[in-house]
Design a protein. Structure first.
Length: 168
């Protein structure tokens, strides 16, 4: 029996793969790799923005700009930033892009609420020294990607979108 015999391709063919961008700082590299492997099992098209190797750190602000631009242009549907520091600054930077609603993954209730109420499409997760066991973050990322927008909150999203289109 081969590996392909264990995979249910009929389900995979029916589901549309989510286009998800992910990046991390150097301290969170292995954390990102672990979460990335987990996401690959969830029918996502994962776009690794960086860094590609532990010994090649990249500027997190440049990676955030790349993610924000890809989301703004509709090339990606969701974004994940895994960081040891600068979580607030990266969230603010990403929210400067049109149609990007980045949130800090503070707790499960906040993650679910941000998806249901204003259709957040980027989650920033703080790496609290995690290098091997990423189970809690896998749970946070799953909650974020699997929670849908509640259409009852369309008015809130319309206000946010209208504000993006004006020079307030």
């Amino acid at each position: 029996m081969q590996l392909k015999d264990w995979v249910n391709n009929s389900i995979k063919a029916e589901k549309k793969a989510l286009k998800v961008g992910i990046f991390s700082d150097r301290e969170s590299f292995f954390f990102k790799e672990k979460v990335g492997i987990y996401l690959d099992t969830k029918w996502t098209s994962l776009y690794d923005i960086g860094p590609s190797r532990f010994d090649h750190p990249k500027d997190v602000f440049k990676m955030a700009l790349k993610l924000g631009k890809a989301l703004e242009e509709g090339k990606l549907e969701f974004g994940i930033a895994l960081l040891a520091k600068d979580c607030g600054a990266i969230s603010v930077l990403l929210n400067k892009f049109r149609n990007v609603r980045a949130v800090y993954g503070a707790d499960e209730e906040y993650i679910i609420n941000s998806r249901k109420r204003f259709d957040a499409n980027v989650i920033v997760v703080k790496n609290n020294g995690v290098t091997i066991d990423a189970k809690n973050s896998e749970k946070e990322v799953s909650l974020f990607l699997e929670t849908g927008f509640d259409e009852e909150n369309r008015q809130i999203l319309d206000i946010i979108s209208a504000t993006e289109n004006t020079n307030v």
